[in-house]
Design a protein around this ligand. Structure first.
Ligand code: PEP
Ligand code: MG
Length: 568
């Protein structure tokens, strides 16, 4: 048995497929027979073209023509005589094919990335993709196609990037184990959205297992077993059945209001990443969208999404939700979320750097594009604008001023929108928490981002396994912060929600009831669990428990007390 971080609930039992990271280094040897080396190079290019064309065709069928264009662009570039010609010239003077590919691609990447033009910047990342693919072919490295793994597979990887996770076919993958990543890393969030049991941060796991080993992934308790004994296997088969049964019981909460045991109504919203997820929110009985992570629109693209592209996505979400709240968060990049084509500077401390609202306010043209798209889409539903990573009042004021200017422009252009569109902010930094009273005067609503609030309050990188023992929303400091934010919001008469992962934690829910949270925003698959937990607590019971735990000194005591009081 090995422990890791319980990142997505449920029990998965299946056969391992290890996704290996590739070493693309090569021996830079002098070539004597340059003709033979050029033939090896030509064969690699041909093979690249063939696979790229097949992938483009597959993407065209599975996703759409627009997405297929990215791969077709690669084909055009490699077929351009300049690029391949330069590579061959280098081989002619005795460089090996790998060295020629690296040098020429790096030259093009350098050239494109210095040009101040979005299309050229995109070319730079395209060339970088071409370089990796060609090197893999030349070095004989084969990638596993995650979308084609067999049913009953447990994926084991160093880390799962969001793009790898997005290839997963839910029906085939029964579990995920990784060496790095925390509970709120984006791969964990995606695993939960796909309802695949996941245990992350298992040290050295990729070295310890091989393909076809049997694995048990207990994503509820954060443990894994490799090639388990028969009795362990039978115990977990039973546990898996129980989990499935419990999930079925939750169905009785479908279509019900979300209220405490003494009848106080609260809102139960969903966190989503794409307009398509809004359908999932509706299916799971979410009462609105409390967090639309708009950065996925940027990350799934090879260029900055235009106003029209964004407008279409926001409008689609608003229409799916049929007048219910859709809180869209403006671009929250940086930290662990990189967008290659933006070519953001490498930073020593990305979580403390030029990210989220800081980046947006420094890149006003693209921010205006996003805000205009959101405001225009507000004519089709109840869209609200949410600003991430606010640390001072000026940031919120600046966004509000931009919104006011855009409204004036839309008025003069005769374009319809919701004149009362709300602008609220996430409270996810200690700074924002400490000035929650000041921000509450300026914001139309708050949403507490506990994932980052915990990270910044505890000074703990949310993805770092070595310090994960400190990363807990049940730390007295974090609980005090949450209570203060809710109190400030309520005192100012604005709604206070929570869109961090803690909003769905059965141990946290009674405390949130006591503090007076008005909106819980959770992963769609957790709507019914959250509703069933909220229904078990009266305000008086929750108050008594909150008073007790807030008087405690340590996280361990608090968690123990909450577990003991738990009604699960
Ligand atoms: C948060 O920080 O709690 C949050 C909801 O945002 P994200 O996880 O996208 O940083
Ligand atoms: Mg955040």
């Amino acid at each position: 048995m090995q422990n890791g971080i319980a990142a997505s609930r449920g029990i998965g039992i299946g056969s391992i497929c290890v996704i290996t990271e590739h070493d693309l280094s090569f021996e830079n040897k002098k070539i004597e027979d340059t003709e033979k080396e050029k033939a090896r190079f030509d064969a690699a290019v041909e093979s690249f073209k063939e696979t790229t064309a097949t992938m483009a065709e597959d993407i065209r069928k599975r996703i759409g023509p627009k997405e297929a264009e990215i791969m077709e662009g690669h084909l055009v570039m490699i077929s351009d005589p300049t690029m391949a010609g330069e590579m061959k010239k280098m081989i002619d003077v005795g460089q090996c094919a790998e060295a020629a590919v690296t040098a020429v691609c790096d030259m093009f990447i350098g050239m494109f990335s210095t040009m101040d033009d979005d299309i050229m910047q995109q070319r730079a990342s395209d060339v970088s993709d071409i370089k990796t693919s060609l090197l893999k072919i030349l070095l004989g490295i084969e990638d596993i196609d995650i979308s084609k793994v067999a049913p009953g597979t447990v994926l084991v990887a160093q880390d799962l990037t969001p793009s790898m996770t997005s290839q997963i076919v839910k029906e085939n993958v029964v579990g995920i184990i990784t060496e790095v990543g925390g509970k709120t890393s984006h791969s964990a969030i995606l695993a939960r959205a796909l309802e695949i049991p996941a245990v992350l941060s298992v040290p050295g796991i990729t070295e310890k297992v091989k393909n076809k080993d049997t694995a048990i992934v207990d994503g509820t308790d954060g443990v894994i077993f490799i090639n388990p004994e028969g009795d362990v296997l039978s115990r977990y088969i039973i546990k898996r059945e129980e989990f499935i049964k419990k999930q079925a019981e939750l169905k009785s909460f479908l279509g019900k209001e979300t209220k405490t045991a003494d009848g106080e109504l609260v809102e139960l919203f969903c966190n989503i990443g794409t307009p398509k997820d809004a359908k999932k929110a509706v299916e799971c009985d979410g009462e609105g969208i409390g967090l639309f992570r708009s950065e996925f629109l940027y990350m799934d693209n090879n260029h900055l999404p235009s106003e029209e592209e964004q407008f279409a996505a926001y409008k689609e979400a608003a229409e799916i939700m049929k007048g219910k709240d859709v809180i869209i968060r403006t671009l929250d990049i940086g930290g662990d979320k990189d967008i290659p084509y933006l070519n953001m500077k490498k930073e020593d401390n990305p979580f403390l750097g030029y990210r989220a609202v800081r980046y947006c306010l420094g890149n006003k043209d693209s921010y205006i594009t996003q805000l205009r798209a959101m405001i225009r889409a507000s004519a089709f539903g109840k869209i609200k604008i949410m600003v991430p990573l606010v640390t001072c009042v000026e940031e919120l004021r600046e966004v509000k001023n931009m919104v006011a200017d855009i409204k004036k422009d839309l008025d003069s252009e005769g374009i319809d929108y919701d004149k009362d569109i709300a602008v609220g902010c996430m409270i996810e930094t200690p700074a924002a928490s400490l000035i929650a009273d000041l921000l509450a005067k300026e914001a139309d609503f708050f949403s507490i981002g506990t994932n980052d609030l915990t990270q910044y309050t505890m000074s703990v990188d949310r993805g770092n396994a070595d310090v994960a023992y400190l990363y807990s929303t049940f730390q007295p400091s974090v609980l005090r912060s949450i209570k203060n934010i809710i109190q400030c919001g309520r005192a100012a008469g604005i709604p206070v929600g929570m869109c961090g992962e803690a909003a769905a934690d059965p141990l946290m829910i009674p405390l949130l009831i006591s503090f007076g949270l008005t909106e819980y925003s959770v992963n769609p698959v957790l709507v019914l669990t959250a509703r069933s937990v909220i229904a078990k607590w009266t305000k008086a019971e929750a108050d008594a428990l909150a008073e007790k735990v807030l008087a405690m000194d340590t996280e361990a005591e608090i968690v123990a007390a909450l577990k003991e009081a738990s009604k699960e």
